[in-house]
Design a protein around this ligand. Sequence first.
Ligand code: PMP
Length: 323
Amino acid sequence: MTIKKKAPTRTQNTSNPRYLWAFGKLIPWEEANVHITSMAWASISAVFEGIRAYWNDKEKELSVFRLDAHIKRLSNSMKLMRMVPPLGENDIENAIAELLTSNKSRENIYIMPFAYFSGSVPGYKSAYQQPAALFITAVPTESKLESNLGISCCISSWTRISDNSMPPRVKGISNYQNSRLVSTEAELNGYDAGIILNSQGKVSESAYGCIFIIRDGVAYTPPTTADILESITRDTIITLLQEDLNIPVQVRDLDRTELYVSNEMFLCGTYAEIDPVISVDRYVIGNGNPGPITEKLMDIYKRLVYGESNLHHEWVSLIHIPD
Ligand code: PMP
């Protein structure tokens, strides 16, 4: 059997960064070890964030995009899992800045704070009031905003996890079991990515990002009650479409057939950025290329995240990285 192109994977430099941040301090990358037996149950309730920082070579600055919103969501994920945060929100932001500066990171970076119950309480028992540990990694990661010809999607046969079982609002490591089943099925069937319907049969999201379609000049995206992660990029894009591109946005449930007849479609997420979709279940979207509104959005988004835009300064935290 031949398997077509793989779903997007994180591209990482072969050399590791000098430090990561763990348990209250910077630690050389190679020395950040935990005992093998603490891995399994400890990670079951782990929550994390994926944050991007973009390197602006002209200003010699890293522009961290929507840091406050990501740390707020991390707090909410910890709260929902009844995890006592080992650090306050400001301290986590300061730790990220310290890590980026100490690594002398002068390229695009993916930052991942990761919080977990560090005891070894089995996964079926309460871990309430067990100590929570936090580590943060920041690794070089390419942006796809330069060139992205679009991806093919299928509607997955798997159902999205739901708020009353595995709340997708929590950015929990275990939730990605659902994503992995979807992505593997998509790859085996020759698609780049899978779209997941929720238990109501409405469009939820993809394995790694939220969904927008454009139809007759109006943008549509499923609501946060459609079993999606409360995506920060989705929020950014709603604002950019309405305020900067004058495109009306309707947040409502979507049927799968609305995707098939849309003029444009894209997935979005911090890592995914803006991923144009050119077909769903082999129905061609628009003319089979990234649509004009999607391309405009990618252009605005790119200038914004690199800290080169006059718009929405409040979303960008600049960190100067001295030589
Ligand atoms: N949905 C899922 C399942 C995701 O993994 C992600 C990526 N974090 C998103 C949506 C997009 O969220 P954000 O824009 O906050 O990165």
